[in-house]
Design a protein around this ligand. Structure first.
Ligand code: ZN
Length: 170
């Protein structure tokens, strides 16, 4: 499982709508495995295929399902052709960073809860309900496969001071 190189702005692939996945073949399986490893090594909590230079609608996320639970275990989500089907009307502001935009943080308003529909790496349909930071990560990653980055949505963007805490990167 080789690591893939994370592409950064201004690479145009980050600005394009990625293609739906139609073949659940060995190329897709290698891409998924490489994305999981690349996300863990980065380290990050989410990664979308365009961030490793592949214009396909694939995202991986690794984060606790319920962050309010103490010592909540991380859970790995692999979603092919993800679509956000429901967004809560309630929103919250949060500070985001991005592996493809190193050295910038931004304050972004996102829905507090989402329902994501997609397919497993083998093509089976499933859905996930997420809230809080996990919901934010899904929104950030689905934006990536639509050519949108967090700075497009941010109400404020800044270069963090060295003493500012390191964010979960997505
Ligand atoms: Zn990102």
């Amino acid at each position: 499982m080789p690591l893939r190189k994370i592409v950064t702005l201004p690479d145009p692939i980050l600005r394009r709508k990625a293609h739906p996945v139609t073949r659940f073949d060995t190329d897709l399986q290698s891409l998924v495995d490489d994305m999981v490893e690349t996300m863990r090594v980065a380290p990050g909590v989410g990664l979308a295929a365009p961030q490793v230079g592949i214009p396909s609608r694939v995202i991986v996320v690794e984060y606790p399902e319920d962050e309010e639970q103490e010592d909540a275990p991380k859970k790995l989500f692999i979603v092919v052709n993800p679509e956000i089907k429901e967004l809560s009307a309630e929103t919250e502001l949060g500070i985001e960073g991005c592996l493809s935009i190193p050295g910038l943080n931004g304050e972004v308003e996102r829905a507090l809860a989402v329902m994501v529909k997609g397919q497993t790496r083998h093509g089976q349909a499933f859905k996930i309900k997420a809230k809080g930071w996990l919901a934010r990560i899904f929104q950030h990653e689905v934006d990536h496969i639509n050519g949108v980055v967090f700075t497009d949505r941010a109400t404020k963007v800044w270069r963090p001071e060295p003493e500012e805490p390191v964010l979960d990167n997505v």
